[in-house]
Structure formats: structure tokens, C-alpha cells
Design a protein around this ligand. Structure first.
Ligand SMILES: [Zn+2]
Ligand SMILES: [Zn+2]
Length: 173
């Protein structure tokens, strides 16, 4: 592939089963002209642990990730085996800012289910690419706040969301 291809970095935080990294890296290939790169791991995020909630602060982790430079990567999807929260929810399965460069996927509540991790990663990637939640029944950009809802959505983008992604990938940040 050409050097200026759109590249997604897959970043393990703490100890992550290498199989997850491979499956996730593969899940982005196919529909879009992108490549993926598995990055060296970062240490477990002790700094983000909230002693009152006994969970990890997703926003502070994203702030930290956004300060780092990931060479050759247009976007980064970080995987962590820690229970994440943001103030308005009791937990989140993933977190990303619209148009941001780094997203988080938490494996903590997914019960070692690779298919679920793929859905969360694709969904958060969509947010990094400025996609909002989608109302299409089967689109992976549909909002899900728990495992039951996550299981009811598909692992593909609807035609509308896919067109948007194709446009954004060509444009690059
Ligand atoms: Zn979302
Ligand atoms: Zn959609």
C-alpha cells in the first residue's frame, strides 16, 4: 500500500490478549481503503483510577492519549481491560470524541467476546470520523448502552454511514 494510506493504530493498554489485537486490526479492512498497525503497549492506566467509583475515568484516559504522537496513524483505537466510566453513565463500553484522534474500547464487560469488541471498536471509530449515532436498525453506529443492546446491532455500517466514512478517509484529517 502507498505510504499515505489512511492508517488506524490498534493500541493495547495494559495486558491484552494478542488475538484481540489481530481480530480488531482485521475488522477494519475490507470496505474502506485503510490499513491497520498494531502499536506497542502502554502501561496499565493507574492514573485514571477513581477511588470512589472503583472504575477508570475514560475522559482522563482520552486526554492522556491525545497528548501522545502515534507516527503514521491517522486514528488510534486503544483497547483496555478496565471498567470505564464517564460522569453521566454508570459505565461505558467505549468512548470517543467526535473528530478526535484516539478512542477507547473496554473489554471489561464483554465477557471475552471478540464480536462485541469489534462492534465497539467500529462504533467508536465512526465517532472519530465525525459520525453521530444512527437510527438505522442494523447499523453499528446505533447507540447501545449495555451488552443486550450491543448484541442487537450488527457489525456493519449502513450505506449512509459507509458513504460518510469513504469520504472522510479520502479527505484524511
Ligand atoms: Zn456512540
Ligand atoms: Zn448508519
Amino acid at each position: 500500500m502507498a505510504q499515505d494510506d489512511f492508517c488506524i493504530g490498534i493500541l493495547p493498554i495494559g495486558e491484552i490478549d494478542p488475538l484481540y489485537l489481530k481480530i480488531l486490526a482485521g475488522s477494519f479492512l475490507g470496505e474502506l481503503p485503510i490499513k491497520t498497525l498494531i502499536l506497542p503497549p502502554l502501561p496499565h492506566p493507574d492514573y485514571a483510577f477513581d477511588k470512589r467509583r472503583l472504575q477508570y475515568d475514560a475522559a482522563s484516559m482520552i486526554n492522556q492519549l491525545e497528548t501522545l504522537v502515534f507516527k503514521d496513524c491517522s486514528k488510534v483505537i486503544a483497547l483496555v481491560d478496565a471498567d470505564l466510566f464517564i460522569p453521566v453513565f454508570s459505565f461505558v463500553l467505549g468512548e470517543a470524541r467526535m473528530g478526535g484522534s484516539c478512542a477507547l474500547v473496554s473489554l471489561y464487560r464483554l465477557q471475552e467476546n471478540h464480536a462485541r469488541a469489534v462492534k465497539v471498536a467500529l462504533h467508536e471509530f465512526g465517532h472519530l470520523m465525525n459520525l453521530d449515532h444512527c437510527h438505522e436498525k442494523k447499523c453499528v453506529m446505533r447507540f447501545s448502552k449495555n451488552i443486550e443492546q450491543l448484541d442487537s446491532i450488527s457489525n456493519i455500517f449502513c450505506d449512509y454511514c459507509l458513504d460518510h466514512l469513504r469520504y472522510m478517509v479520502r479527505k484524511k484529517p
